[in-house]
Design a protein around this ligand. Structure first.
Ligand code: UDX
Length: 476
């Protein structure tokens, strides 16, 4: 009998942050379910943190893919150092963390690749790495394998970074005083106001570590053989088509676990999750505003206070994820004194939760969000309209998509200019006013688009199939 060819083997390396790990874990399962062997590479620090978070929920601790493996999927798990001691506080020292990812991490990746190349088992077919890394194309070339760039944000953000040279040439970025008129020349991208650009591109100083990372990462992305994007064709059709003129570019989103892989759960959380189901059960349908500013962004104490009083003066019940590090200073009580007592049972505060479970709960009727891309996709997937309060990075561009392009949410405005009265007005408008009702109608359409995209004959499924076919036919 003829010997079967070895199965394709992808080495998958996410950026070690919550918002990047979540979609990467989904991608790992999707590929493994298609017959790939996956080597999922985690950092020791993330492994340590997520094991601790999971152990508090269950006495048995396995790696995050134990369930998937038990279901027959071939997902191997490798740990490497990100260059810093496990106990180092990365959230409190982001510059040192980025520095290490920029200058030290790649050496550990290369060492692992050498080890995997020598190991028994299927030869490595491709390197799938987060687009924000500054080394994947270089390393993939060294090993003679294709680089698949994994983009965890919307296609429009990819396109804007990809064409950063056009922004510089036209004076919208990196000039002494960046132009203030709309950007109309990025292929496939309708007019973008400079205030809708990613925060790093709104700055005039281009010498920061983050800028170096962006410049280098997109140099590498230009060398990528394939790009997988966690977006949906129906949501960004022109931009995705324009990117396809540049590169093999596949929209395969939304990469959200819930319901996507029946019988397999992957608990990627890095924090201990509070169970709020009983409290949510006690509230009427659609009455709760869910508030969360994602996994790492900071809010000033003043802004938090305005938002808190605004929510207190609104009619909404609320569930607020208040991370201990939400305010960057050493402030242990970021909310106004007596805030929770004054809400008279209308609200709860938790340090972290299972966001998808909360958004899927019938009592949740709105989401006050920082517009992280995973949060936007999850909110659409659950049909919960958004109140947008972007804080940094792609969140400003994501707000434009939510508020102006798809009309599935409303804007909280620039907080320095908005009074607490304005916040409470907008919360009430989202939760029961005309604007909120309109957003609710629109989000139902978007929800259906996301649902059908991942169905057997949906766009994301077809794009995923096409990617697998193209990868298998690829010769570097
Ligand atoms: C940043 C970027 O803004 C985002 O666009 C990028 O894709 C990742 O990095 P982040 O702050 O991580 O964002 O937010 P988001 O993208 O929304 O991801 C946060 C993830 O944490 C979501 O998947 C959300 O479900 C999860 N989460 C958040 C929880 O599980 N529990 C919580 O209490 C809060």
């Amino acid at each position: 009998m003829a010997e079967l060819p070895p199965k394709p083997h992808a080495v998958l390396i996410p950026v070690p942050l919550q918002g990047h790990i979540n979609p990467a874990a989904c991608l790992a399962i999707k590929l493994a379910a298609r017959g790939f062997a996956i080597t999922y590479v985690n950092t020791e620090a993330v492994h340590h943190q997520s094991s601790r978070a999971r152990r508090s929920a269950s006495s048995i601790d396995h790696d995050i893919f134990a369930d998937a493996r038990a279901s027959g999927l071939d997902i191997r798990y490798e740990l490497i150092s990100d260059g810093l001691p496990i106990s180092f506080d990365r959230a409190a020292n982001p510059i040192q963390f980025l520095h290490s990812l920029l200058y030290v991490f790649s050496a550990h990746v290369e060492e692992l690749m050498r080890k995997l190349t020598r190991a028994a088992g299927p030869p490595i077919t491709c390197l799938i790495a987060d687009t924000f890394f500054v080394w994947p194309d270089t390393i993939a070339n060294k090993f003679g394998i294709p680089y698949v760039s994994f983009w965890t944000e919307p296609a429009v953000v990819f396109a804007l970074y990809y064409h950063i040279d056009l922004l510089i040439k036209n004076g919208h970025f990196a000039s002494r005083e960046n132009r203030k008129d709309a950007i109309t020349y990025i292929p496939g991208v309708p007019a973008v106001e400079p205030t809708d650009l990613m925060s790093y591109l709104q700055e005039t100083d281009t010498t920061s570590l983050l800028h170096q990372i962006i410049f280098k990462a997109f140099e590498e992305a230009k060398g990528a053989d394939f790009v997988l994007c966690n977006s949906v064709q129906e949501l960004e059709p022109e931009i995705i088509s324009a990117m396809q003129q540049e590169k093999p570019f596949y929209a395969v989103g939304p990469l959200i676990q819930a319901g996507l892989f029946p019988g397999i759960s992957v608990r990627t959380t890095l924090q201990v999750e509070s169970d709020c189901s009983q409290w949510l059960d006690s509230k009427p349908a659609g009455s709760v505003l869910y508030v969360s500013f994602g996994s790492f962004a900071n809010v000033s104490k003043r802004d938090l206070g305005e938002i808190a009083y605004g929510i207190l003066h609104s009619k909404a019940n609320f569930m607020w994820v208040l991370r201990p590090d939400i305010v960057s200073s050493d402030e242990h009580k970021p909310l106004p004194q007596g805030f929770l007592e004054e809400s008279h049972g209308r609200g709860i505060l938790v340090p972290w939760c299972c966001q998808m479970e909360v958004l899927s709960h019938p009592s949740v009727g709105g989401f006050l969000t920082h517009c992280g891309w995973n949060s936007v996709l999850e909110s659409i997937r659950c049909g919960v309209p958004m109140l947008c309060f972007p804080l940094q990075t792609d969140q400003f561009t994501n707000r434009k998509l939510v508020v102006r392009d798809w009309k599935v949410g409303i804007d909280l405005g620039r907080i320095e200019e908005v009074s607490r009265e304005e916040v409470s007005k907008r919360v009430d408008s989202l939760m029961g006013g005309e604007e909120g009702n309109e957003a609710k109608k629109m989000i139902e359409e978007a929800r259906r688009a996301l649902e059908s995209a991942v169905a057997a004959d949906g766009s994301s499924q077809k794009n995923f199939d096409q990617f697998v076919e193209d990868l298998m036919g690829y010769r570097s």
